[in-house]
Design a binder for this molecule. Structure first.
Ligand SMILES: NC(=O)c1ccc[n+]([C@@H]2O[C@H](COP(=O)([O-])OP(=O)(O)OC[C@H]3O[C@@H](n4cnc5c(N)ncnc54)[C@H](OP(=O)(O)O)[C@@H]3O)[C@@H](O)[C@H]2O)c1
Length: 265
């Protein structure tokens, strides 16, 4: 039987755990969760029907240790698990580099960094996977298996992982703002709020699905819905004049700059 130890079972740790359990990738009896206190570990364990780890000692025989705590908590957790010489560590902490993870863990520990996003909780996540120097092909395959069960994934360089962090890691935040703004627009022109939110969300979802399923460039799909002198191009013209494209580009760039600054780059 496998043994998996998860440090931090909050929004992302919980999404990974529930997603892998739902997809049958993991069995409940294989999982241990460790929170900042024994009481919190017990509470999270009973919520998911898995084991609670009292002191992280399962890191010793665990096949996989997942770090899903906030970045500022990572150094303490690395210190906690190093003495158990964990075989494989997968970290999803933003701005915590492979070099710092590998530097704090024993020489032989295989390390992988992943940048997931919260739609993983509904099976539609996007995860960037950056293998460390010692990560074996088998460990990389395991990471791909976990994150493809939770949506889509791509194995990338560490720099691309940071860049994807600013695009897809933080992306649900941007998307929620866009959905909310479109719903506001619906209310402005007379629609009830609930219907406007549903229509905005379903429209973005459907458009995204068309891009993914047809493989067509988004500009080609846009051309198909903009008849000459028509209503849709009039709407796009107003949005372009107000800088929608530059606002999105500036936002992603600002996010990457902030993440670089946090990582001391
Ligand atoms: N959320 C996202 O969209 C997202 C996307 C990509 C990457 N990430 C990364 O995922 C990591 C987790 O983020 P999150 O949003 O899931 O945060 P979160 O919801 O706050 O979850 C963190 C969990 O860790 C627990 N914790 C705190 N100290 C601990 C300790 N010493 N040992 C074990 N557990 C401890 C927290 O408990 P308490 O709440 O009781 O403190 C909480 O349950 C972060 O490093 C973040 O950069 C998040």
């Amino acid at each position: 039987m496998k043994k998996i130890l998860i440090f931090g079972c909050g929004a992302m740790g919980g999404a990974i755990l529930s997603g892998c359990l739902a997809k049958g990738l993991w069995k409940k009896e294989e999982i241990y969760v460790k929170e900042h206190s024994e009481e919190a570990s017990r509470e999270k364990a009973s919520r998911y029907g898995v084991h609670a780890s009292m002191d992280g000692r399962e890191a010793k025989e665990a096949d996989l240790v997942i770090l899903a705590v906030k970045p500022n908590v990572v150094p303490g957790v690395l210190q906690e698990i190093s003495r158990y010489h964990p075989s494989r560590v997968l970290s999803i902490a933003a701005a915590v580099t492979l070099a710092s993870l590998e530097g704090a863990l024993p020489e032989e520990t295989e390390v992988i960094r992943v940048m997931p996003n919260t739609p993983a909780s509904v099976g539609e996540g996007m995860a960037a996977i950056a293998p460390g120097k010692k990560a074996s092909p088998d460990f990389i395959r395991e990471a791909e298996e976990i994150f493809s069960a939770l949506g889509k994934e791509a194995v990338v360089t560490e720099r691309q992982l940071d860049e994807l962090g600013a695009l897809s890691g933080a992306g649900p935040g941007y998307a929620f703002v866009i959905i909310d703004a479109l719903a506001d627009a619906g209310v402005l022109i007379g629609l009830p709020r609930k219907l406007a939110i549903e229509a905005a969300a379903q429209t973005l979802y459907g458009a995204a699905k068309m891009v993914l399923e047809t493989g067509k460039h988004p500009a080609e799909l846009r051309d198909q819905v903009t008849s000459p002198g028509g209503t849709t191009i009039a709407g796009i013209h107003a949005m372009e004049r107000d800088g929608i494209r530059a606002a999105l580009m500036d936002g992603v760039k600002a996010c990457l700059e902030k993440s670089d600054a946090m990582a001391g780059k």
